[in-house]
Design a protein around this ligand. Structure first.
Ligand code: ATP
Ligand code: MG
Length: 412
């Protein structure tokens, strides 16, 4: 990383140069505002370390000017005497830090690492974005249909924020993949992604799984246990099947989200919580609220960014792309030499209704690859794997069923 040091005191300047080099940076240093503006142009630094008081002016102005030509430039303002006004002005000029002299190498290292993290993330986002344009994918999510393109756009936007996301969608529609993608694109990418399925565990145990417990807090708690919230520290916690959590626990979760602190079961210490929460449900949340499966207050807290994944039958355009994606994935694992699709086979897949959504498609593609002799997946192979019903009939059945339930509901 190129670092420009703007500091008139020669000893401080040399010291900083050394520290920057020790951290693997490329340093250049100058002593005046005038020299600084020339160096910014020639050297094009990514980070500036500026002293406030310079013989011919103000270091904060140097930073402001540097960021005017390139907003990606970062600055650290250093000063002999601290004052709140100066600190505020420095931050306004876009400084990432305001530090008092003498600067310790460890302080510089912290800022360096932070910038390096951010750069890594930026380049990751760039790669993913390029990938999306080329192949119709964002992270592990594949799709090029208008709905999916819109969802990719939302994911990219929400990933940048820390706000909670609530993902809805039928089973197999990709809720967990979407949650992982949000994590991968976020500033938290280097920290853990922890997935917890509230439906897979007995309701009485969820609390201690989530928040941890102290030793002896209940029968069987023979050791202290760190909960998923603590495990996900700095990262993302994915709470799947959120409506399977008991109402009392939902109240506790709400409190944790509001206070940003938690207490382990049987513990008295308040622990700080730093996680980004992504939750999911395959039920309609409003319906779940009506049936008292989801507390309304918690819902509003979780649903800051709603993300609704459509069933696969609402994005049939994506089926060939997804099928090919899975074929490649499976071929990488199995090396069966299945390298292509007969177009008719893809048509069959595209016409099917996929009640199990993308997961079901993946499974069928997997079986088709295994059943294929030779290189090309033939329509007969696919046909044998799909339920017999001709196209459209299961959609009609679903509509009929819906009407029946609606009638039944009205009768109640
Ligand atoms: N858009 C997509 N692109 C690529 N793979 C996908 C996509 N959507 C889903 N998948 C794949 O389909 C499978 C199911 O996805 P996932 O587990 O995210 O579904 P889900 O909505 O969480 O389902 P459930 O409600 O049953 O937990 C996974 O193997 C996932 O990799
Ligand atoms: Mg899931």
């Amino acid at each position: 990383m190129k670092v420009l040091i703007v500091e008139d005191d020669l000893a401080t300047r040399k010291g900083l140069e050394e520290s920057v080099k020790d951290l693997g940076g490329e340093a250049r240093s100058v002593g005046t505002v005038k020299e600084a503006s020339r160096a910014i142009e020639e050297f094009d630094p990514r980070l500036l370390i500026v002293d406030i008081h310079l013989p011919d002016g103000d270091g904060i102005e140097v930073l402001r000017a540097a960021r005017e030509t390139d907003t990606d430039r970062e600055g650290i303002v250093i000063t002999g005497q601290g004052s709140i006004d100066n600190a505020i002005e420095a931050l306004r000029a876009g400084a990432v830090d305001y530090l008092l002299k003498p600067l310790r190498p460890a302080q510089l290292e912290v800022v360096f690492n932070r910038l390096a993290d951010r750069r890594r993330l930026e380049s990751e986002v760039e790669t993913l974005r390029a990938e999306l344009q080329e192949t119709g994918r964002l992270g592990d999510l594949v799709g090029r249909s208008p709905v999916m393109t819109e969802i990719f756009e939302i994911i990219r936007r929400v990933a940048k924020s820390n706000a909670p996301v609530l993902i809805t969608g039928a089973s197999g529609s990709g809720k967990e993949v979407a949650a992982r993608t949000i994590h991968r694109l976020s500033r938290r990418a280097a920290k853990p992604f922890v997935a917890f399925n509230c439906g897979a565990i007995s309701p009485t145990l969820i609390e201690s799984e989530l928040f941890g417990h102290e030793r002896g807090s209940f029968t069987g708690a023979d050791k202290r246990r760190v909960g998923y919230f603590e495990e996900a520290a700095g990262g993302t916690l994915f709470l799947d099947e959120i409506t399977e959590m008991g109402s009392e626990l939902q109240v506790k979760l709400l409190r944790v989200l509001e206070d940003r602190t938690l207490r382990r079961v049987g513990g008295s210490q308040e622990l700080k919580v730093d996680v980004r929460l992504v939750s999911a449900t395959n039920r309609d949340p409003h319906d779940a609220i009506r049936h008292k499966k989801l507390r309304e207050d918690l819902f509003y807290r979780l649903n800051v960014f709603p993300l609704a994944l459509p069933p696969l039958s609402d994005r049939r355009d994506d089926i060939p792309l997804l099928s090919e994606h899975f074929r490649k994935m499976i071929e990488d694992q199995e090396h069966a030499g299945v390298t292509a699709w007969d177009p008719k086979a893809l048509e069959l897949l595209q016409a099917h209704d996929w009640p199990g959504n993308v997961r079901e498609l993946r499974n069928v593609v997997h079986r088709a690859c295994v059943m294929t002799e030779g290189k090309v997946i033939r329509p007969e192979v696919v046909l044998a794997l799909l339920p017999r019903a001709p196209r459209g009939s299961s959609a009609k059945k679903k509509v009929a069923l819906k009407q029946k339930t609606a009638v039944a509901a009205r009768k109640k």
